[in-house]
Design a protein around this ligand. Structure first.
Ligand code: SF4
Length: 138
């Protein structure tokens, strides 16, 4: 059980209800994938679960910043146009960009390419920072 300085997912600023008692934890930005145009999927948790990254929803305004207004997000002018990526419909990809919040981490495999995860412009996370430019790449 959480103590006085913690709280349950249902009361966290970074939790987004998706159905009764289940929600997405949007506390962290996506990890860098090992392939191009991989979609970021935030993990689900139960309303009564908890963790040490809890932030009471009345203590932060960060969740109000969506990817499209975050300085780490970049979108090609026509959105992303991946080849053979049927896990999202075309209209999702036209509203998608890449989250560049984190540098890729080194690992044991030599010669790896760096990629960043695809997110929708209305996604959000606890690492967002407001942007001052448009974020659209020409
Ligand atoms: S809000 Fe910013 S840091 Fe978070 S997923 Fe979107 S682009 Fe990345």
């Amino acid at each position: 059980m959480p103590n006085a300085n913690q709280g349950r997912c249902a009361d966290c600023a970074y939790w987004e209800l998706v159905r009764p008692n289940e929600g997405w934890c949007r506390r962290h930005s996506p990890t860098t994938p090992d392939a191009a145009d991989a979609v970021a999927h935030w993990p689900q948790s139960h309303a009564e679960q908890w963790c040490g990254d809890f932030v009471a929803s009345h203590r932060t305004s960060a969740p109000a910043i969506t990817c499209e207004s975050c300085r780490f997000w970049r979108q090609p002018e026509a959105g992303l146009q991946p080849v053979d990526r049927g896990d999202r419909i075309a209209s999702w990809w036209s509203n998608a960009g890449l989250c560049h919040r984190d540098a890729p981490k080194p690992n044991a495999a030599p010669g790896q390419r760096a990629y960043w995860a695809a997110t929708h412009r209305k996604d959000r996370c606890g690492f967002a920072e407001a942007r001052t430019d448009t974020g659209v790449e020409n």
